[in-house]
Design a protein around this ligand. Structure first.
Ligand SMILES: [Ca+2]
Ligand SMILES: [Ca+2]
Ligand SMILES: [Ca+2]
Length: 179
């Protein structure tokens, strides 16, 4: 469990300084907006930005125990264990809105699902992952092989990634092999 979370922690850390701060979310929001074809300062970038800052506020509210504006890996791991034990529904509150919003914006042909190209664009920018990993994750999520994934499928996998304790679950590999 903690190895999965450590992996997720690193994926948040956009500037790679080993700490999660608001700037990581601001940078990621900008990167994602641009990847989806929205110029910096556009209304779409603004909405993504606001949602990322809100997510940072929620995360910091739970995890920044010493209130220094930085979430360390230790704070993150501790907060997560506590959150899941006490209020597992907070998980959906934290992740679902931003996931659904950004997947909708990434759905270039507006068919309600992400095809592989839309997915690669979204996942690499949103999760800060390499294209190669994004491709593997797509294949993992597209269980029925129709070449598309939905927000519900992604949400289910993300929930399994965070909350599941099956060491063999496919969802564990969302961000690549856990080592
Ligand atoms: Ca950082
Ligand atoms: Ca802190
Ligand atoms: Ca689509």
């Amino acid at each position: 469990m903690s190895r999965k979370l450590a992996r997720r922690f690193r994926s948040w850390d956009d500037d790679g300084n080993g700490i999660i701060e608001q700037i990581d979310f601001v940078r990621r929001a900008r990167r994602l907006a641009v990847a989806l074809g929205f110029v910096v300062g556009s209304p779409e970038h603004q909405v993504i930005h606001e949602n990322f800052v809100r997510q940072w506020d929620a995360l910091a509210g739970v995890a920044d125990a010493d209130k220094d504006g930085q979430v360390t890996e230790a704070e993150y791991l501790e907060a997560f264990a506590k959150l899941i034990a006490e209020r597992p529904e907070a998980f959906d509150e934290l992740y679902a809105p931003i996931l659904r919003l950004t997947m909708r914006l990434a759905d270039a042909d507006a068919d309600g699902e992400l095809n592989e190209a839309e997915w690669l664009n979204w996942f690499t920018a949103y999760m800060g992952q390499q294209a190669e990993q994004a491709q593997r994750t797509f294949q993992l999520l597209d269980a029925n092989g129709d070449g598309k994934v939905t927000a519900d499928e992604v949400m289910a996998a993300v929930r399994e990634f965070y909350l599941g304790d099956n060491p063999d679950a496919d969802a564990n590999l969302l961000l690549g092999p856990i080592s």
